[in-house]
Design a protein around this ligand. Structure first.
Ligand SMILES: C[S@@+](CC[C@H](N)C(=O)[O-])C[C@H]1O[C@@H](n2cnc3c(N)ncnc32)[C@H](O)[C@@H]1O
Length: 183
């Protein structure tokens, strides 16, 4: 089974197991699958002309946040799993970027991403339509959004990088907000 189908299968299993998991996990079931090095490179490539704040939604072991901080972003990760958050903080300290990173133990559906200029998500197809609506409402029109492995269902991307499971899509908030008459 490929990584791609593995991630989708896990997401479906999570849906089926929905009633047996904690309430915070019922809304979306997003398994921990770390980004490949090529994926991380592709995220940095599509954001190379950008600066300022960056958020990784569901930050796992912190690899995207740490790589972004090394490129000069003030980078934040939101992650539900406390063990991964503590590990990410340790990694950031070990790699010398603890001053330009922060990691929060939070449910992505319960926080607002309004303040971020660059938003990264490595999600699963089952959540992308709901996340599209959330980001469309919350983000400023100057923001950029990067989706890893699975694109957003209705937004038209500004560009892409990589191929296969390492593909990333970049979206301009000005376009998706204008399309919906939100600015
Ligand atoms: C596919 S992994 C991506 C990890 C990381 N962004 C990367 O690219 O290496 C998704 C992450 O989202 C986390 N997650 C799942 N549900 C979440 C939720 N409701 N709020 C915040 N994080 C969540 C998982 O624990 C997992 O670490």
């Amino acid at each position: 089974m490929t990584d791609h189908t593995l991630l989708e299968t896990e997401a479906i299993q999570c849906k089926v197991n929905g009633p047996f998991v904690a309430p915070a996990l019922r809304k979306v079931c997003l398994p921990y699958v770390p980004a490949t090095s090529a994926q991380v490179e592709n995220v940095l490539k599509v954001l190379q002309a950008r600066s300022g704040s960056l958020v990784d939604i569901g930050s796992g072991d912190g690899r995207i946040v740490i790589a972004a901080a090394k490129k000069g972003f003030q980078a934040v990760g939101f992650e539900l799993n406390p063990w991964l958050v503590w590990y990410s903080r340790y990694r950031a300290w070990r790699e010398g970027v603890h001053h330009s990173t922060s990691f929060q133990i939070s449910d992505l559906w319960k926080v607002s991403f309004a303040q971020y200029s660059n938003v990264v998500i490595f999600g699963v197809p089952q959540m992308m339509d709901q996340l599209e609506e959330k980001l469309q409402t919350e983000l400023q029109s100057t923001a950029k959004v990067v989706a890893c492995r699975f694109p957003f269902p209705t937004w038209a991307p500004d560009g892409t990088a990589g191929e296969g499971i390492d593909t990333v899509w970049v979206y301009d908030a000005k376009s998706f907000k204008t399309e919906r008459g939100l600015q």
